[in-house]
Design a binder for this molecule. Structure first.
Ligand SMILES: NC(=O)c1ccc[n+]([C@@H]2O[C@H](COP(=O)([O-])OP(=O)(O)OC[C@H]3O[C@@H](n4cnc5c(N)ncnc54)[C@H](O)[C@@H]3O)[C@@H](O)[C@H]2O)c1
Ligand SMILES: [Zn+2]
Length: 386
């Protein structure tokens, strides 16, 4: 008997907005974005807020409440906001996802209601996972508050939490309803969280956009010195490159084995875990990018001159490119194995060919990885910060 044949063609669309002070009474963006979601008034939302953000913006909940009251015909808080500890702990402890599911249930959210996640990449990832799995998908409006989250973590179609000692083991592909990047939040970031997201910008520039790499190289010191206008440009370009890849790369839900945006991530994810999450994701990505670029250079793929520019740029931004976990025997085989499993299919590692271009390899030479680690270690010993 012939099989029944089915094809489903879907189009997803969402906006990434840029604004300053999203909950200011005179800023209509948040209300307008929610109002576009349908004719039911008011639109119901549950806010999930990163406690680290609240510590630096103590009036945030009052301002959200005042904004909702001012626009009560358009939107309504379905329940008091859920405040979660910020940072990777929220992805490591399954209780938080449970807390979020319970809150969504108690608030009576339907599939046309909104979870509004306000926080760093970790809170956004966990809230996104809870929203995507409650009722098989409640709308998610992301309001990212770190450079990492605005430039990368919040603009894509993935969410996740960690499990079984593995990064992002549980998660779904679920495009957000919308993303609102508010530059006001960036002013209160610690120096680590200010710069760590720029590692993703370097990552994507190295494999896709030589001009953007030049921009990062030129402005590395100013970015490290907290130039907000420059950082906003970096965030916008980095977000655009990620979005463009998702939209036009031919594999938005990552069914294949290739994942260029995960350049440098096989080591990064493992280093985060081996450091007990003392390393920020971006800090680990900077090291992972340095490691795979060093490997590419030693393998004769990346010219020495480009390799030097890349490492110098990362160092001028303030990244350490060597940590003792690089010498942990559990790094290499497990890191590569987990990466392959998470991708599915063949091991596929993206390596830079020169600045702005990359190629994929399906095997990594362990001796050459170790040689690359030794080189990064020797270099760190020579430079005060390296
Ligand atoms: N889903 C994806 O596609 C994707 C992509 C990249 C990264 N990620 C994930 O993002 C996470 C990292 O995100 P991150 O770098 O934003 O770190 P984070 O979420 O761990 O936040 C770092 C710290 O900054 C605090 N914070 C957040 N906003 C603040 C603000 N405005 N002012 C002061 N403090 C603030 C938080 O409370 C936390 O303590 C990782 O779990 C990573 O796996 C996901
Ligand atoms: Zn990343």
């Amino acid at each position: 008997m012939e099989p029944l044949q089915q094809e489903i063609h879907l189009t997803f669309g969402y906006q990434v907005y840029f604004t300053t002070d999203v909950f200011a009474s005179e800023n209509p963006l948040f209300k307008d974005v929610l109002s576009r979601g349908g004719t039911v008034r008011p639109q119901k939302l549950l806010a999930v807020v990163d406690r680290g953000v609240l510590q630096h913006h103590p009036d945030l909940l009052d301002r959200l409440e005042a904004y909702a009251a001012q626009h009560r015909t358009h939107l309504a808080l379905a329940a008091p906001p859920v405040v979660l500890a910020g940072g990777e702990g929220v992805k490591n402890n399954p209780e938080y996802v449970d807390i979020l599911h319970q809150a969504i249930h108690r608030a009576g959210l339907c599939r046309h209601s909104y979870v509004v996640a306000i926080g760093g990449g970790a809170v956004i990832d966990a809230a996104g996972f809870a929203a995507a799995t409650a009722h098989r998908g409640v709308r998610l409006l992301r309001v990212p508050t770190t450079v990492m989250a605005q430039a990368d973590a919040s603009v894509g179609v993935k969410n996740s939490v960690n499990a079984f000692g593995q990064k992002n083991f549980l998660g779904t592909f679920a495009p957000p309803y919308a993303v609102i990047n508010d530059s006001r939040f960036l002013t209160t970031l610690s120096s680590r969280d200010w710069i760590s997201g720029v590692a993703e910008a370097v990552k994507v520039a190295v494999i896709k956009d030589a001009a953007f790499f030049g921009f990062l190289e030129l402005h590395a010191a100013a970015l490290a010195g907290r130039d907000l206008a420059l950082m906003q440009q970096v965030i916008r370009r980095c977000a655009a490159l990620h979005l463009e890849h998702i939209a036009t790369g031919g594999d938005p839900f990552e069914s294949g084995s290739s994942r260029p945006l995960d350049f440098g991530h096989w080591a990064a994810h493992r280093l985060e875990h081996l450091s007990g999450y003392a390393l920020r994701h971006g800090e680990a990505v900077a090291i992972g990018v340095a490691l795979d670029s060093t490997y590419a250079c030693l393998a004769g793929l990346l010219p020495v001159f480009d390799w030097r520019r890349l490492l110098d740029t990362l160092m001028h931004l303030g990244f350490r490119l060597y940590v003792p976990e690089l010498h942990d025997p559990r790094l290499i085989p497990q890191g590569l194995d987990e990466f392959r499993e998470h991708l599915g299919g063949r091991l596929t590692i993206t390596l830079p060919l020169n600045l702005g271009r990359s190629l994929e390899v399906h095997e990594m030479d362990l001796a050459l990885i170790n040689q690359s680690i030794s080189l990064l270690c020797r270099q760190a010993a020579k430079t005060p910060r390296g």
